[in-house]
Ligand binder design. Structure first.
Ligand SMILES: C[S@@+](CC[C@H](N)C(=O)[O-])C[C@H]1O[C@@H](n2cnc3c(N)ncnc32)[C@H](O)[C@@H]1O
Ligand code: SF4
Length: 282
């Protein structure tokens, strides 16, 4: 992490709960929303997509959904995995195939191993981390976990094997207290979470939004059944693209279907049923 980012990280960490931290967060959110408003569906937006000829030119994060399993799924009624059905695991061949593509493309963004699954429940996690570190030395490996399996030892081993940032959702105050005692040299953030109502997104009325959304352009989600998902809000996976069993990830990302989707969404054209109802622009 460079000096500037380290300073900001320590600053936010020190002031998480006080007036200074809250004011800075408010200002940052305001600046972010102003930036989004300026991104207003003109020819420039089209150029933004067209300028990216490489499959991953605009990708900031790639997430592998290693499975549809989470140890909290049965107690979290608002989590999509609560109704996941039969267990399914993403094959390691697909993970390695995608990593190979990323290596060829000199990918330097974030790599994650979660979407709705709990990554630490997967016995292959450390192996995938080591392999990613080896194949993509410039990429940043991020772990997002519910913290159930975390203690100081596991956290240190994740750091030692190349994880660059860890975010933990804590779902009760005792867990928050326990997890907050873990200390690492990399950013380690524990956040109390209240699950939102995302599962009802399909029932919302159309909201007429013409705000651009860059979610699928910024973040590529590899689903546990070897497809690319639209974004995490589409938890029913009504909109999936390609099949990594038979296609490369580049082929899927550069297909007309996906490029048209990027172009439309980055111009504020919310053609898909879920996007017409979605309150977000990411
Ligand atoms: C689904 S989790 C996946 C990783 C890990 N199992 C965890 O709990 O952090 C990703 C993030 O989305 C948040 N989230 C908020 N509302 C959610 C909901 N209704 N269903 C699932 N995740 C939700 C989670 O709390 C978490 O911070
Ligand atoms: S508009 Fe909403 S549902 Fe559509 S891609 Fe963006 S975040 Fe996902």
């Amino acid at each position: 992490m460079n000096k500037y980012k380290r300073f900001l990280y320590n600053f936010y960490k020190k002031n998480t709960n006080n007036f200074i931290g809250k004011t800075f967060r408010l200002l940052r959110a305001k600046l972010y929303s102003l930036r989004k408003q300026n991104f207003n569906g003109t020819k420039d937006d089209l150029r933004y997509v067209e300028a990216s000829k490489g499959a991953f030119d605009k990708t900031k994060r790639i997430a592998f959904e290693l499975s549809n399993i989470c140890n909290y799924a049965t107690i979290h009624a608002k989590c999509p995995l609560n109704c996941a059905g039969e267990k399914k695991i993403l094959s390691e061949n697909i993970v390695y195939k995608v990593l190979e593509s990323l290596k060829i493309n000199d990918y330097r963004g974030y790599i994650a191993f979660d979407v709705y699954n709990e990554p630490c429940i997967d016995p292959r996690l450390m192996m995938f981390i080591k392999k990613t570190r080896e194949m993509l030395p410039k990429a940043k490996i991020a772990i997002q976990s519910n913290g159930f399996y975390f203690d100081q030892t596991l956290a240190e081993e994740l750091e030692k094997n190349g994880v660059g940032i860890i975010r933990v959702s804590s779902y009760n105050p005792l867990e928050f207290e326990r997890l907050s005692k873990i200390k690492l040299n990399i950013p380690f953030k524990v956040t109390p979470i209240i699950l939102d109502d995302r599962m009802k997104i399909y029932e919302l009325p159309e909201n007429g939004s013409t705000r651009p959304c860059l979610a699928p352009l910024n973040e590529v989600l590899v689903t546990h059944d070897c497809k690319l998902a639209l974004c995490c809000w589409d938890w029913k996976r009504q909109n999936v693209f390609g099949d990594l069993n038979t296609q490369s990830i580049e082929e899927i990302l550069l297909s007309d279907e996906v490029r048209d989707l990027y172009e439309g969404l980055s111009n504020g054209k919310r053609n898909l049923e879920i996007c017409k109802r979605c309150p977000h622009c990411r």
